[in-house]
Write a protein that binds this ligand. Structure first.
Ligand SMILES: Cc1cc2nc3c(=O)[nH]c(=O)nc-3n(C[C@H](O)[C@H](O)[C@H](O)COP(=O)(O)OP(=O)(O)OC[C@H]3O[C@@H](n4cnc5c(N)ncnc54)[C@H](O)[C@@H]3O)c2cc1C
Length: 421
């Protein structure tokens, strides 16, 4: 029996980059929005993101959205949806501008932000914050904007099931509150922004929230999921012995700025494996490390960052994690192995966050838009969360015939067929 009940126009499940972006947009357009999140507001993967956001802002000579699209398609190993790649990346610059307008501060002068490079990128196009604490800044800015707007954000509330009417449309959400009491949020639109499922693996970079709840909930509601097998393993996760659970990431930007991988004999094993060597796409580097470990019998390989100037200030998160593990990365190589990092597949949506079930939407890492194919290009996921959070909010508005904040009628987005491969 339900102990409590509330009503909203939109219930957003998850308070990471995708959920809060959508919630802020929808609330700004006048919808009554409630966000539920099963832990503290900042407990999802967003707050842990290090490297940055991949985006072409138009101020780097020689770089272009077309080049970003090409790099994404190559990293996705031929399994991306090219239309999704082009549309989502093209919306990136405006979405990042709106995030900055909401208060997020990135490294470098406002007129020309600093950029770094990560695996698979042909240019320095990744904006970052706090050195290697980009996600913490994104989450801080979005939570602050939600607080300013007095957006109802129910922490410690677990979404357990979508409620459906007799025709199968989603009409609300069953929730356990922070005291474990069952309740119901009635709403004609529910947006899943629950993140990925890295915690299904023994060793992962993902926080405890990443248990795939959104995929389970969507499947039970009758939606489809696809590409679930494409779980990206990040090549360089700090190795401190055969532990299980979340392990600290050593961002790819460390290699982007000059660090190299070494086997137990001190040889650079990525040379000759791929034209981008140590900066090859993640699947290529992870596979090469796994091969090297099998061939040498070692427990880990090493990432030599000793030649990087100013590592403690440029990568404060990585430096602190290493020091905590008793390693000084300025004088000795960092022991690393691959670990589960990113769920490329998920709930199938169109390019406006719609699932195949009326009233049910999904955005961010929980969703499968076709952007990532078999392997996500580094730092494309915060961007996808921003763009698809905005697009999902616009779709919710369009689907209920609402009006935009400017008062103009919201154009219904073109229908995109939902077709899992
Ligand atoms: C260590 C690390 C480093 C990364 N670095 C980068 C990077 O540099 N650049 C980049 O682009 N990407 C990076 N990523 C990936 C990126 O952070 C994530 O893909 C992205 O933040 C996901 O955002 P999201 O909003 O979809 O989900 P999340 O931020 O994971 O948020 C999910 C939310 O859903 C809530 N939730 C889950 N289940 C339920 C439930 N049943 N009921 C209620 N609430 C629920 C969670 O509590 C959380 O609030 C990194 C990831 C990790 C783990």
């Amino acid at each position: 029996m339900n102990v409590w009940e509330a009503v909203a126009d939109l219930v957003v499940v998850g308070s990471g980059v995708a959920g809060l972006t959508a919630a802020l947009d929808a609330a700004g357009a006048g919808l009554r929005v409630v966000v539920v999140t099963k832990d503290s507001a900042d407990a999802g993967s967003t707050g842990w993101a290090q490297g940055g956001i991949a985006v072409v802002l138009g101020d780097i000579a020689g770089d272009s959205v077309a080049a970003h699209v090409e790099d994404t398609l190559v990293a996705g190993v031929g399994l991306c949806d090219p239309v999704a790649v082009r549309q989502i990346l093209a919306d990136g610059p405006a979405a990042v501008s709106r995030l900055r307008a909401r208060g997020a501060r990135f490294d470098g002068p406002a007129a020309r932000l600093d950029r770094t490079r990560e695996g698979g990128h042909s240019a320095f196009r990744v904006v970052h914050a706090g050195g290697d604490a980009t996600g913490a800044e994104v989450e801080r800015a979005l939570v602050a904007a939600a607080t300013d707007r007095r957006l109802p954000l129910l922490t410690g509330h677990v979404a357990v099931d979508a409620l459906r009417d007799a025709r199968g449309a989603v009409v609300g959400l069953a929730v356990l509150d922070d005291e474990g009491r069952p309740g119901v949020l009635r709403a004609p639109a529910v947006l899943l922004a629950t993140g990925g499922y890295g915690q299904l693996y023994a060793s992962t970079t993902n926080p405890a929230t990443a248990t795939g709840d959104g995929v389970a909930l969507a499947l039970r509601a009758g939606a489809s999921a696809a590409d679930l097998e494409f779980v990206q393993f990040h090549p360089t996760v700090l190795y401190t012995g055969p532990t299980v659970g979340r392990r600290p990431l050593v961002t790819e930007a460390v290699r982007g700025e000059g660090a190299v991988l070494l086997d137990r004999a001190g040889h650079r094993f990525m040379a000759g494996v791929h034209p981008l060597a140590d900066l090859a796409p993640r699947d290529v580097v992870s596979a090469a490390i796994t091969r090297t470990l099998a061939e040498t019998g070692a427990d880990c390989v090493h990432l030599d960052a000793t030649a990087l100037p100013g590592l403690p200030t440029r990568f404060p998160t990585v430096y602190a994690a290493c020091r905590e593990a008793g390693i000084d990365p300025t004088t000795e190589p960092i022991p690393v192995t691959p670990a589960a990092h990113y769920s490329c597949g998920g709930v199938v949506t169109d390019l406006h966050g719609r699932t195949g079930v009326r009233g049910l939407y999904a955005a961010g890492e929980v969703a499968r838009t076709g952007l990532h194919g078999a392997n996500r290009l580094a730092s494309n996921s915060l961007l996808e969360g921003l763009v698809m959070g905005e697009r999902a909010a616009a779709a919710v508005l369009a689907d209920r015939g609402a009006r935009s904040p400017s008062g103009a009628a919201v154009e219904p987005p073109p229908a995109v067929p939902i077709a899992p491969r």
